[in-house]
Design a protein around this ligand. Structure first.
Ligand code: NAP
Length: 289
């Protein structure tokens, strides 16, 4: 892969999981707004159609670049961050969009799969890119969470995070991972106060995408109820947080392009700090694996 070493004059965005669904629409819309894009995902082949679409819109060959990223492997997350950092590009926008629901198991480093992919992989990616985000002041981190965090009725169940997915549906674990997304964004807003970096989490709506492909077949009609949003509609709140939300709203959770009060567990500043500290320990312990 050839990556440019020249600093771009365009604003630069890195999006995870942009080959399909909400991430794909977000990437295309940002390209229309003049962003230089890095699309981080599992498959170059499956990301190529998005890159082709962006090239056709912008008429520029180098406006979108694929970066390999497997969020279920912290080694891959480090490699992805390194590949971006060596380009020398600034980073104005990081969108932690990728996510899975209903898949079961553990990550390569032994974390419950939804927690490891949806939270911990993005935690490490953000932490590694934070110096570059700070250098590119006025930058933003947008994390796609979910209203499903409200189903995490015990808060973060610490004792389960380093075990395989225990539930039959994977939905309780998904809810915990999405609660972790909101707590992460809340604590990140504190860690970045005064640095020129702002941070937002959001619920995109209930959107007709492939996110529920792994939940048991009998549960899918419940998830895929009529009246779901299109991915175009589902990308609106991400784009609002990326492009319009005031920096004074850093750390807040959004729904329908407005700040929204999340569950009481997602407002727990002590849990947010505890999760941040634990995540730091986990990702740096994992350097030995
Ligand atoms: N759709 C909804 O109703 C809804 C509601 C609330 C929140 N959300 C959130 O919205 C975000 C986007 O989801 P979506 O609805 O657009 O779903 P989607 O179409 O299934 O897209 C999910 C993306 O995440 C990527 N991904 C999954 N596991 C990964 C891993 N281990 N490493 C790297 N990338 C991985 C997928 O890559 P592959 O193509 O390689 O699998 C895909 O690009 C997710 O965070 C989801 O939790 C969605």
């Amino acid at each position: 892969m050839s990556l440019s070493l020249n600093a771009s004059k365009k604003p630069v965005a890195l999006i995870t999981g942009a080959n399909v669904g909400i991430g794909r629409v977000t990437a295309v819309q940002l390209a229309k707004q003049g962003y230089q894009l890095f699309l981080a995902g599992r498959s170059a082949e499956r990301t190529q159609p998005v890159i082709d679409e962006i090239r056709a819109i912008t008429g520029q060959a180098d406006c979108a670049t694929f970066l390999p990223l497997q969020l279920d492997d912290l080694v891959s997350v480090r490699q992805c961050a390194d590949m971006f950092l060596v380009t020398g590009q600034p980073l104005h926008l990081l969108i932690n969009n990728a996510g899975l629901a209903g898949a079961k198991g553990v990550t390569r480093q032994g974390f419950e799969l939804a927690f490891g992919v949806n939270h911990l992989g993005h935690f490490l990616l953000t932490h590694l890119l934070l110096p570059r985000l700070k250098e590119s002041a006025g930058s933003r981190v947008v994390t796609v969470a979910s209203r499903a965090h409200m189903l995490a009725r015990r808060g973060i169940p610490w004792e389960t995070l380093q075990r395989p997915t225990a539930s039959m549906t994977g939905v309780p674990e998904y809810a915990v991972s999405k609660l972790a997304n909101i707590l992460f964004s809340l604590q990140l807003s504190k860690e970045t106060q005064g640095t020129g970096v702002s941070t937002y989490s959001l619920h995109p709506g209930v959107v007709d995408t492939e996110v529920w492909r792994e939940v048991p077949r009998w549960l899918r009609p419940v998830m895929k109820w009529r009246g779901m949003l299109t991915p175009e509609e589902g990308a609106k709140t991400t784009l609002h947080c990326a492009l319009q939300a005031p920096v004074t709203q850093s750390g807040l959770y959004f729904d329908k392009c407005q700040p929204k009060t999340p569950s009481k567990f997602a407002l727990d500043a002590m849990a947010a700090k505890q999760l941040w500290d634990a995540s730091m320990n986990w990702v740096y312990q994992s350097e030995q694996t």
